[in-house]
Design a protein around this ligand. Structure first.
Ligand code: WTA
Length: 635
């Protein structure tokens, strides 16, 4: 099954050693020494990496630590991530290399070379400028997985307007509150998108959100499905009309940005309240995504990279859009569902396009595994050389299926641990790393992680504790948009001077990291990050509901499923029909991914004396586990 030319001594547990055919051409040939070196002197390491990219003005200082936790990277440097992702490739052979290969769910395809992608980005940048979008204005993007999503993001970045991408699977309230927080005046959306043979009603959802949220003055609509939609005169414009105006010329100056200028805001769920706007920058984020992608996936010019995430989440921002383009790679993008029309859709596309690296989430692997091996075995998947996983811990069973059935035992799996806040991979193997199924293995260069107890002391090997990062890194979030206190409070207060990830983990004797999961009220459903608070506030917005609590309960396919407990208003009685209505209400407000698996009507919710819902206790009860310490319970 697994051939190895390496000695297999010292490491404990089930280990898969890298094969010669994978390691012989790997960019990074050793880990331990380079890692120690990068920790001793991270500034030299990151300064050298930054030097591989183009800057309009070189930085004066790699890292400014004078005002923690508001760290600054490449201070004084001027650049633009789009200059490095597009402009600079036009001066090389990559000008005519494919940047993007796209397949729609119905089977239509489009391709863009670096030259033609740049042309579309320039045209759309000119459109945005002509609509009055200026450096610093946040533009909200709400699109299906189509090339225009990538074009819109790059066009915003090119003119210095931070983008706020809202995942196309989100719904009315989720979209409205993100527009409101960002105070966007321009929204980019589409008539719809294809998913499982049906159209998603993006424009209708957007219309409903805009009725709640008046900051939007102009709405640009991409025609994707051709379905009937409402276009408001003076507010709504077709993308293709704007792109054919004389102002939409093929050239556009790329704005020179300060390294620390914001590149985008991406809203993500936290412990409490509304989603927070995580802010990333042109300089540090660029250097970090560029480097992590280059080393972990060992990207080469002949590769065809496929990150099967959605550009609307951080995985897509970093590893569909920015990192591959910064490295001059060819990316594949697919619009629809993995099993449409049949469960071999992904495998057929890998064969058709000669995909060499596939990067996806454990939930997708489990979902496809359930259809059996035959669908994959019908296809020639020999183009694959590396696999990747992200979003939640991968269970060893899914790991082995992915490795044996999809990778045919020839492709190491890069299990990458990271977060919206970290910008890029933090703990991950390299192609040369011996692998243990279920472990994200070792920290990336320059990343100093620890597993600690409540008092901040490292726990013994094999013990569970809080996963923290001890030192700043270039890809780290800079703040929470319009809420710097929350940035300090959420990430830097519990363990002063250290970044708190919110995850718990174990480190084994070999220094391998095993991520256990979230310790806070964030739930990972099918790899998507949701907050209990958002689900609860959606439930309470329904007229029948007085109070609600949501928890995550382990689920075989989804990783976690949402279970909701609801106290109804005085004169309302619970029924199956009402439970169904409430589940649909949550889906309508937040999106189908947030639809609770169950809704249970209760008379009381367990609370602390200070009135906080004890979700831990609800979870223990739902799972039939011991209730633990209940001394703070009110009643
Ligand atoms: C979880 C996604 C185990 C973790 C990039 C983290 C993982 C949260 C892994 C961030 C992994 C991500 N193994 N758990 N390889 N990757 N996670 O912000 O709980 O959507 O805190 O970023 O996903 O989710 P986010």
């Amino acid at each position: 099954m697994f051939q190895s030319d390496e000695p297999r001594d010292s490491i404990e547990g089930e280990v898969f050693y890298p094969m010669k055919q994978v390691t012989k051409n790997a960019t990074v040939q050793e880990y331990e020494r380079l890692y120690q070196e990068s920790l001793r002197d991270p500034q030299t390491f990151w300064g050298e990496r930054a030097g591989e990219l183009d800057w309009f003005r070189k930085w004066d200082q790699v890292l400014d630590e004078s005002n923690p936790p508001f760290y600054k990277w490449f201070v004084g440097g001027k650049t633009n991530i789009v200059y490095n992702a597009l402009d600079r490739h036009l001066k090389t052979f990559r000008k005519n290399k494919l940047a993007l290969i796209w397949e729609g769910e119905p089977g239509d395809t489009r391709t863009y070379s670096y030259f033609s992608l740049n042309r579309e980005v320039c045209k759309f940048s000119n459109v945005l400028r002509s609509m009055g979008v200026k450096k610093g204005d946040i533009v909200t993007i709400y699109l299906p997985r189509i090339p225009e999503q990538v074009i819109a993001m790059l066009a915003c970045a090119k003119i210095g307007a931070p983008h706020s991408v809202v995942y196309g699977g989100f719904s009315v309230e989720a979209l409205a509150e993100r527009i409101e927080d960002a105070q966007s005046r321009v929204l980019i959306t589409a008539d719809g998108g294809w998913l499982r043979g049906k159209t998603v009603e993006l424009k209708n959802i957007a219309d409903e959100a805009l009725a709640r949220q008046p900051t939007i003055e102009s709405c640009i609509v991409v025609k994707r499905t051709g379905q009937d939609i409402y276009m408001e005169p003076g507010r709504d414009y077709w993308y293709h009309d704007l792109m054919s105006l004389p102002i939409s010329t093929n050239s556009c100056q790329t704005e020179a940005m300060d390294a620390e200028d914001p590149l985008f805001v991406l809203y993500t769920s936290g412990t409490t309240g509304r989603p927070k706007g995580v802010v990333h920058t042109h300089g540090g984020y660029m250097v970090y995504t560029y480097t992590t992608f280059k080393y972990v996936f060992d990207i080469k010019d002949e590769d065809r990279w496929w990150c099967a995430a959605d550009p609307g989440w951080i995985t897509g921002h970093s590893y569909i859009v920015y990192a591959p383009l910064l490295n001059g790679a060819t990316s594949f993008l697919y619009e629809g569902a993995p099993n449409h029309p049949y469960p071999n859709r992904w495998w057929r596309m890998i064969e058709n396009y000669g995909v060499t690296i596939l990067y996806t989430a454990p939930t997708a692997i489990r979902g496809l595994m359930r259809f059996g091996d035959a669908w994959a075995n019908r296809h020639d998947l020999s183009s694959l050389r590396l696999l990747g996983s992200v979003g939640e811990p991968i269970n060893p069973e899914a790991w082995k299926w992915y490795f044996n059935v999809i990778g045919r035992g020839n492709c190491p799996i890069m299990d990458t641990w990271w977060q919206t806040e970290t910008g890029g991979f933090m703990i991950s193997p390299l192609p040369i790393t011996p692998l243990k199924p279920g472990s994200a293995t070792r920290p990336f260069f320059g990343i100093d992680v620890d597993v600690i107890n409540e008092e901040g002391a490292p726990v013994a090997a094999g013990e569970e504790g809080y996963l923290v990062v001890n030192k700043p890194w270039p890809g780290m979030l800079r703040t929470v948009y319009r809420d710097p206190d929350r940035y300090v409070q959420q990430y830097w207060t519990k363990f002063p001077g250290r970044y708190q990830t919110g995850d718990s983990a174990r480190k084994d004797k070999d220094g391998y990291m095993w991520i256990i999961g979230r310790m806070d009220d964030v739930i990972k459903v099918s790899g998507y990050r949701l907050g209990t608070a958002e689900v609860e506030s959606a439930l309470v917005s329904h007229q029948a509901v007085a109070e609600a609590a949501a928890i995550g309960v382990p689920h075989e396919l989804k990783g976690n499923a949402i279970h909701a407990y609801v106290i109804l208003r005085n004169n309302v009685t619970g029924s199956d029909r009402l439970a169904e209505e409430l589940r649909n209400h949550v889906a309508h407000e937040i999106g189908p991914i947030a639809r609770p698996e169950t809704v249970t009507f209760v008379d009381t919710l367990p609370k602390t004396r200070s009135g906080k819902i004890m979700r831990r206790l609800l979870r223990a009860r739902a799972l039939g586990q011991p209730e633990g310490d209940v001394s703070t319970l009110e009643d």
